[in-house]
Design a protein around this ligand. Structure first.
Ligand code: ATP
Ligand code: MG
Length: 332
């Protein structure tokens, strides 16, 4: 059967972008149609300035939100990356497969390293090698498909390259995966800066809708979204990024086509109002389940424990095979 792997890193509170771009597909289709693994990729959260207690808290919160969003541990495997050593074991082998030039070409590395330097920090080496660990996350499970938002497509492309290269040099070891992007809202933009992606780790929060924002906060953020000059509502990502973003969010939440929805509005105010209410419809049940689940941390722990056990069993043979293929002497 099809194997699916995807994850979210605990670098901030989960956003509407994370939900519409990735998690919703996991819930609505992936867990039903495939053997799917969904991971809180906590090691990736250590690639930038981080506070240990906050990462720990956000990891638990992300796992709780996975469940609240509707992932069912009877249907899929939910776990935390650092609970399964195979990810870092394989990552090293893939560092010996990738080149530094490949890493430096990654758009996310360029953006995030620039941001770290701007805020006066230094760039951790792991930020550069991050895509290799992500490749290990995927290849360890022999995943065929990786449902992600558009911003991760380049990393999945790199994962494919590494898998093909490894297989050619050392014999067939890895399944070559492909990225699967949602048809709408693959790149939800920041409401205050609609030319940049909404990202949970960004410092400016006025343009970010978090999944756990109070309804009034969600309304305020959407009503204050930056729109474009002009007054008519038209769907044009290039010329009208602010309005296009609202139309895509509305489309993702209600099911209509963005172009078609645009025709139904003659003011930005009405579009914003409907978009806010549509987002709240999506968030309400998720927030209710989240509140119930936080009252039962032992349940979340047990889901993660069982998930890690299964993940370890799946990853172990593939990673062991990669060790042997690369020339490492088996320990007897
Ligand atoms: P960070 O700012 O720390 O990179 P992030 O919000 O980009 O956080 P990730 O953990 O990097 O979140 O990504 C988790 C998943 O959410 C990935 O599949 C990613 O493609 C998707 N995703 C993230 N932001 C968006 C967005 N704005 N629109 C659509 N999908 C998104
Ligand atoms: Mg990201």
């Amino acid at each position: 059967s099809t194997r699916i792997f995807s994850g979210v890193k605990p670098t901030g509170h989960l956003t509407l972008g994370n939900y519409l771009g990735a998690i919703r597909q996991w819930v609505e289709t992936d867990q039903h149609r495939a053997d799917a693994l969904f991971c809180v990729v906590d090691l990736h959260a250590l690639t930038v300035e981080h506070d240990p207690a906050r990462v720990r808290r956000l990891s638990r919160q992300a796992a709780t939100l996975f469940l609240a969003a509707g992932l069912d541990p009877e249907l899929c495997t939910l776990f935390v990356q650092s609970h399964v050593d195979e990810h870092t074991r394989l990552s090293y082998l893939l560092e010996c497969t990738a080149t530094d030039g490949e890493m430096r070409r990654m758009i996310q590395y360029k953006e995030k390293s620039a941001r770290e330097r701007e805020s006066g920090g230094s760039v951790r080496l792991s930020l550069l090698t991050y895509p290799v660990l992500m490749a290990a996350d995927i290849l360890a499970y022999g995943a065929d498909e990786v449902p992600v938002g558009e911003d991760q497509a380049q990393h999945v492309e790199l994962t494919r390259d590494l898998a093909v290269r490894f297989n050619q040099r050392y014999g067939h070891t890895f399944t070559v995966p492909k990225a699967v992007l949602p048809t709408v809202a693959a790149r939800v933009m920041d409401l205050q800066d609609p030319t940049s992606k909404m990202g949970k780790s960004h410092a400016e929060t006025a343009g970010i809708v978090y999944l756990l924002d109070e309804p009034d906060v969600v309304r305020k953020k959407i009503m204050r979204a930056v729109t474009d000059s002009g007054t008519d509502v038209a769907y044009d990502r290039e010329a009208r990024p602010g309005v296009a973003n609202l139309l895509e969010i509305l489309s993702a939440c209600t099911g209509g086509e963005p172009e078609h929805l645009a025709a139904g509005y003659d003011s930005y105010g009405a579009l914003k109002k409907d978009t806010a209410e549509a987002v709240l419809e999506v968030l309400r049940p998720l927030q209710e389940r989240h509140a119930a689940l936080t009252a039962d941390p032992a349940y979340v722990d047990s889901v993660l424990r069982q998930g890690a056990e299964r993940a370890r069993e799946l990853a172990r043979p593939t990673v062991d095979a990669a060790y042997r293929a690369m020339g490492l002497l088996p320990s007897v």
